[in-house]
Design a binder for this molecule. Structure first.
Ligand SMILES: Nc1nc2c(c(=O)[nH]1)N[C@H]1C(S)=C(S)[C@@H](COP(=O)(O)O)O[C@H]1N2
Ligand SMILES: [Mo]
Length: 323
C-alpha cells in the first residue's frame, strides 16, 4: 500500500530528485554540519531552478475571489516540487522530474452521461465556459501535510449548466488521463489507472468545487495536473483528480481509485475530518509545508475549515460511517 503518512517521510521524499541527486554532496555537507533543520532549509532554497515548471504560460484576465483564505500562500517552488501524481511515480519528487515532457496539447475533456447535451470540449472552449477567478484555498493531503495555493478556475457547476444534467444524474465521475507511453511508471504505481474519482451531485455542484486551469498566475504545471484538474478544498487531496479527460454524470455512486485500493482506509467521501483517524495515523494535526522545520504541527479543521460552505450537505449523515 503506497501512501505513507507524512510522519514517516524520509528526507528523499521531500527533496526534488534533481536537487537530491545533483547536489547530494552539498546537502550531505549541510546535513553533517547542522542536521535536519539545515536540510529542510536546503529543500526550500534549492528546490526551484531545475524543477520549476518550464511548461507553464501566464494566465490573464482573472478576478480575485473575495473569500480566499488570508493565510500565507505556500511558496510556489514547494507546490511544484512536492507532489502526488502516481502516474509519474510514487515519490514526492517524481512528478516534477518525470512529467516535464508530458504532452498536453490538443487536450479535450468529454462531459457526458446523464445529461441533455453531452459535449467534448477543447481546452480553450472549456476555459471559456465561465469567468476565471483566483481562489486561494487550503489543501490538506490525507498523508498529513497541507499547502495554501492560489488556484485559477471556476466552479464546475458552470460546465454543468452547459451540458444540462438530467434528473437521473445523482453522482459525478472524474477520469484522469492515462497513457502508458507518456506515463511509463504507471504500471508500477500500485494503484489501478486511469485514476478515478467521484462526488455526489450536490458536492460536485457546490460553489467551492473548482474546475482548475492554473495556479500562481500561470497555467498548471504538468506535475500539478495540467491542463485541467478539479480542486475540492474540504476533502483530502486525493479527491482532486488531475489532468482530467472525462467528467460523467451518472446514476450510481462511481468507483474511485483509492477506495478500490483500500476501502477501509479511503472512504468515498473523504471529507477532511480531524475526528476520524486514518487506520494507520491520526488526522488531528497537519504540517504546513514551507514553514520552519521547527514550526509546530497545526490542528486540522473540520472540513478543512470550509464548514460554513459544505457542512449542510452532510446533515444527518454519520461521518464516521461515511468517512
Ligand atoms: N490523476 C491523479 N490525480 C491526483 C493524484 C494522482 O496520483 N493522480 N494524487 C492526488 C493527491 S493524493 C493529492 S494530495 C493531490 C496533489 O496535488 P498537488 O500535487 O498539485 O499538490 O493530487 C491528487 N490528484
Ligand atoms: Mo494526497
Amino acid at each position: 500500500m503506497p501512501i505513507k503518512p507524512e510522519q514517516e517521510l524520509t528526507y528523499a521524499d521531500v527533496t526534488p530528485k534533481g536537487v537530491y541527486q545533483g547536489r547530494r554532496k552539498f546537502l550531505a555537507a549541510m546535513l553533517g554540519a547542522t542536521g535536519a533543520a539545515a536540510a529542510w532549509k536546503g529543500i526550500e532554497a534549492l528546490a526551484p531552478a531545475d524543477v520549476e515548471a518550464a511548461n507553464t504560460k501566464p494566465i490573464s484576465g482573472f478576478s480575485k475571489w473575495p473569500y480566499s483564505t488570508t493565510e500565507p500562500e505556500t511558496p510556489e517552488k514547494i507546490v511544484t516540487s512536492y507532489n502526488n501524481f502516481y502516474e509519474f511515480g510514487t515519490d514526492k519528487s517524481d512528478p516534477a522530474a518525470n512529467a516535464q515532457n508530458f504532452n498536453t496539447s490538443n487536450w479535450s475533456v468529454t462531459v457526458a452521461g446523464e445529461v441533455a447535451k453531452p459535449r467534448t470540449f477543447t481546452l480553450d472552449d472549456l476555459m471559456k465556459a465561465a469567468p476565471l477567478e483566483e481562489r486561494i484555498y487550503r489543501h490538506r493531503c490525507v498523508e498529513g501535510w497541507s499547502i495554501v495555493v492560489p488556484w485559477i478556475g471556476f466552479p464546475l457547476s458552470s460546465v454543468a449548466k452547459l451540458v444540462q444534467p438530467k434528473p437521473t444524474a445523482k453522482w459525478v465521475a472524474f477520469q484522469s488521463y492515462y497513457d502508458q507511453k507518456q506515463m511509463p511508471r504507471g504500471p508500477f504505481a500500485g494503484i489501478q489507472l486511469p485514476y478515478l474519482e467521484g462526488l455526489r451531485l450536490d458536492e460536485a455542484m457546490n460553489p467551492l468545487a473548482l474546475l482548475t486551469f492554473g495556479m500562481y498566475g500561470e497555467t498548471l504545471p504538468n506535475q500539478d495536473g495540467a491542463p485541467v484538474r478539479i480542486v475540492l478544498p474540504w476533502k483530502y487531496g486525493f479527491k482532486s483528480a488531475k489532468s482530467l479527460v472525462k467528467i460523467t454524470f451518472v446514476k450510481d455512486q462511481p468507483p474511485t481509485t483509492w477506495n478500490l485500493e483500500s476501502a477501509h482506509e479511503y472512504g468515498f467521501y473523504s471529507n477532511v475530518n480531524p475526528n476520524v483517524d486514518h487506520p494507520r495515523w491520526s488526522q488531528k494535526t497537519e504540517r504546513r509545508l514551507g514553514g520552519s522545520f521547527f514550526a509546530p504541527r497545526i490542528p486540522t479543521q473540520m472540513f478543512n475549515g470550509y464548514s460554513d460552505q459544505v457542512a449542510s450537505m452532510y446533515n444527518g449523515m454519520d461521518l464516521r460511517v461515511n468517512f
